[in-house]
Design a protein around this ligand. Sequence first.
Ligand code: UP5
Ligand code: MG
Length: 189
Amino acid sequence: LLNKNVKVVFVLGGPGSGKGTQCANIVEHYGYTHLSAGDLLRAEIKSGSENGNMIHNMITEGKIVPSEVTVKLLQRAMAESENNKFLIDGFPRNEENRAAFERVTKIVPEFVLYFDCSEEEMERRLLNRNQGRVDDNIETIRKRFKVFVESSLPVIEYYESKGKVRKIDAGKPIEEVFEAVKNIFLAAA
Ligand code: UP5
Ligand code: MG
């Protein structure tokens, strides 16, 4: 991994802002590999890992899993991939995540996509999703919003201070959001 010259874009935004949906579009057009930290954690639960119970409990409460777990999963996924361009979706979610990833991987993101969306719209999307996620109920959704504002927005502000944030109005229809996403990747190429 060290000599692979890895390029990373962090994809951040509140719960239901459309990170996963837009990452699927980006992968098709720009040759990145999509790594959703949440998907990696859910796969870890299913695999019967010794951390599974802890991860399940954290997700059910909308809390942030300790970075040693998440960073390891991301590192492993990057090492196992043939690609050297990654979209890291839903990570880093707090200052601890951000600092641990930088310390362990030495990777600095190319830029940070930030999907900005109202809570009202995100709540509507999550309650309509119907994919059986243990955290898509109104009690957990409220907790996820609170954690996003208190812990994740400061990470976005940190990258803002470094000039790395590309903010997108994510409250629009999927196709319109993707037009804005494309402009950012074209400008970055
Ligand atoms: N949809 C999408 N875009 C739309 C649009 N423009 N207009 C209308 N509808 C739109 O989209 C959500 C729904 O909205 C879908 O039905 C979609 O069709 C529709 P999606 O693309 O899935 O949104 P996304 O932002 O990916 O929402 P998600 O729920 O995945 O975000 P979260 O950040 O909450 O979830 P994540 O999986 O990243 O994390 C879950 C939990 O895992 C966290 O709460 C935490 O407990 C844990 N976690 C960690 O602890 N550490 C990590 O690093 C990562 C996760
Ligand atoms: Mg997602």
